[in-house]
Ligand binder design. Structure first.
Ligand code: ATP
Length: 333
């Protein structure tokens, strides 16, 4: 019997390219896993009227971790009955922490020596998707609770204590003292009790500028859902873009790991997508389940290929998904 059971969900668009590539890399690295293949996403919704079937819940619940490819978020008014697969899974399994590391990789144009992690609250804020319209007025609710702020604050503080012991709480409590104030003050109440942790606060607009001006000042940043969504893409842009940015959705029981990018419909099916983000999501997953040596081995192999080439087009090269994947596999052998 294999040591680990992993749920694999390709999802939409380039998910069908990057997940098979990632699986081959995991196999080449000698990861002792049995895979449970499951479906979810917009394409599944169009065919079946739901974006996450029961079999997928079963697969997520009966495996050690899930690796997710990509999900399309249709723009404009959503089709009746549609909820985004990954947002739905985050809610259902209480995956309250979205962990998005940004580390300098050897790619053209990357800021040097960046090594930070954005911890995004994953279940609340404006992304509770409670919107309505009254004539020409549209309203969206934002939900912040003390419990959820406390658990994300604890998660971020614990992570910072394992790293450089610096935590920045990003907020907008000056304009939204009730919701953002609750988030900020709840976290500060907790961090006061953590000996050795150096906590600072920063207003989100300043944080956006500081990330661009001097990202090296940051270690761990914690923030509400939408701020985290936006600033983590910004941070990804500092070190090479969406093709190499990975994230983990982590709760007390389950973890779902995925690329930060979406389904990239503009390049899907052409065999040119960069599988690095997905491979690095697998690295996060391996660290999460305790297979840390294998995680380091794959991370090093990716860095070698990013340094020596071949590189994919989003990073200025000419390689397709297959050529890049083969190069990573060759490094692992
Ligand atoms: P979605 O609706 O699924 O969110 P999107 O196009 O709005 O799709 P992304 O999928 O994140 O958002 O893509 C943004 C841009 O980055 C696109 O031009 C896409 O081609 C490019 N991109 C995203 N991921 C990759 C990748 N892995 N390799 C190469 N290019 C990528």
């Amino acid at each position: 019997m294999a040591k680990y059971r992993i749920c694999l969900i390709e999802g939409d668009g380039i998910g069908h390219e990057v997940i098979p590539a990632t699986r081959r890399v995991l196999d080449a690295a000698g990861f002792d896993a049995e895979y449970v293949i499951a479906e979810a996403g917009y394409e599944y919704f169009l065919d079946h009227g739901t974006s996450v079937p029961q079999a997928t819940y079963d697969a997520v619940e009966n495996t050690d971790a899930t690796l997710f490819g990509a999900a399309t978020s249709p723009s404009g008014i959503k089709p009746a009955g549609f909820t985004g697969a990954i947002r739905h899974l985050r809610q259902k399994y209480g995956l309250y922490a979205n962990v998005r590391p940004t580390r300098t990789r050897p790619v053209p144009g990357a800021y040097e020596n960046v090594d930070l992690v954005i911890v995004r609250e994953n279940t609340q804020g404006l992304y509770v998707e409670q919107e309505r319209r009254y004539g020409d007025t549209a309203i969206a609710d934002t939900v912040i609770t003390k419990d959820a702020s406390e658990r994300i604050g604890k998660f971020a503080a614990d992570l910072a204590m394992k790293r450089d012991k610096r935590l920045t709480v990003v907020h907008k409590a000056n304009v939204l003292p009730v919701t953002q104030g609750l988030f900020l003050n709840t976290i500060l109440d907790h961090t006061k009790t953590v000996e050795g942790l150096n906590t600072s606060t920063m207003i989100v607009d300043n944080a956006a500028m500081q990330l661009v001006r001097n990202p090296r000042q940051f270690d761990v940043l914690v923030m509400t859902n939408m701020f985290g969504d936006i600033l983590s893409d910004l941070a990804a842009g500092l070190v090479g873009g969406l093709g190499i940015a990975a994230s983990g959705n982590v709760g007390d029981k389950f973890g779902i790991f995925e690329s930060v990018h979406g389904s990239a419909p503009d390049i899907a099916g052409q065999g040119i997508s960069n599988p690095t983000a997905s491979i690095l999501a697998a690295v996060l997953m391996l660290n999460h389940i305790g297979a840390t040596e294998l995680a380091t081995k794959i991370d090093n192999a990716v860095n070698t290929v990013l340094t020596e080439g071949p590189r994919t087009r989003d990073l200025g090269g000419t390689a397709g998904t297959e050529e890049f994947t083969q190069a990573v596999i060759a490094q692992l052998k």
